[in-house]
Ligand binder design. Structure first.
Ligand SMILES: Nc1ncnc2c1ncn2[C@@H]1O[C@H](COP(=O)(O)OP(=O)(O)OP(=O)(O)O)[C@@H](O)[C@H]1O
Length: 271
């Protein structure tokens, strides 16, 4: 088995946003991931890669406490956000989601106008500022403004898939989060839309910390500063448990990984 401890080097160069210490995640009696230790740096893009079922989405969803909505979910160990226990008894998961936004695999605009999609979170939070300005700034940051500025009152569904995904990113940004979690945000998009969302990530990381789950190796090399490779192994009970094999600069993971299983995965030998 891989020597895990030596290969999961902490990223020390920049401020840490999340740190995970001895994290185990369960769904009922089933342990989905085990012994996760690493940190997510601020204003960088971190990619999670690995074969299906190794726990990438499970871990991502822990960062904004989305798994709390699943009855059987349980987390052991600690996830800290800027040093504070994200699962502390005094932490309100709804507040957490204001700081840590999520963009999903399939674009999921609300059945509302383009404007109202972006303004939605601000209205819910009784935003006191200039709503028009917030909508415009968010659409500009999502690099969608020029394409929609003349049809803000049209339905979000009238947009193409790629535009809908950027609308969802604008909606997330409008809530003024610090972190953007993206769970395979391009898997339902055509190559041109994918490229636009990837370019967007480069721009957004100036202001946001981004964590992205992707099955697309090229995408990880294009967008991510750091990459975490997860794998899954069989347990004695016959189920599979996910674990972190290696975490490093993306260039290292793809060109000079320290673990053979990482090398095999990134070169397409399994997964
Ligand atoms: N709500 C749930 N209830 C029970 N088990 C779950 C639930 N969500 C995920 N799992 C299980 O946890 C394990 C990890 O799943 P997860 O979706 O996190 O993996 P993944 O690496 O993101 O997979 P993929 O790449 O296919 O999306 C899998 O065995 C999965 O079946």
């Amino acid at each position: 088995m891989d020597n895990i401890d030596q290969s999961v080097r902490p990223v020390m160069s920049t401020e840490t946003v999340f740190s995970l210490e001895n994290v185990d995640i369960y769904y009922g009696n089933y342990r989905a991931v085990r012994d996760i230790n690493f940190t997510i740096p601020k204003n960088k893009v971190t990619a999670f890669i690995g074969p299906s079922g190794c726990g990438k989405s499970t871990i991502l969803r822990c960062f904004n406490r989305l798994n709390d909505l699943i009855d059987s979910f349980r987390l052991d160990g600690k996830i800290a956000y800027h040093g504070e226990n994200l699962y502390g008894s005094d932490i309100d998961p709804i507040e957490v989601r204001k700081y840590i936004g999520m963009v999903f695999q399939k674009p999921n605009p609300f059945p509302k106008t383009i404007y109202d999609n972006v303004a939605y979170g601000a209205r819910v939070n009784r935003f006191k500022g200039d709503l028009d300005e917030l909508v415009e700034t968010s659409l500009k940051r999502a690099v969608l403004w020029d394409e929609v500025k003349d049809k803000l009152q049209e339905s979000g569904f009238s947009l193409s898939g790629g535009q809908q995904q950027r609308l969802c990113i604008a909606r997330t940004i409008a809530a003024q989060p610090e972190v953007l979690l993206m769970d395979e945000p391009c898997s339902a998009l055509d190559p041109i839309s994918t490229l636009k969302v990837e370019e967007l990530m480069h721009e957004l990381k100036e202001n946001y910390t981004i964590v992205i789950v992707t099955h697309n190796m090229q995408q990880a090399t294009r967008v991510a500063d750091f990459t975490a490779f997860f794998n899954a192994e069989a347990t004695q009970k016959g189920s599979k448990v996910g674990y972190l094999v290696e975490y490093d600069k993306t260039a290292t993971i793809f060109s000079n990984p320290s673990q053979q299983s990482t090398r095999d995965y990134v070169s397409g030998k399994f997964g």
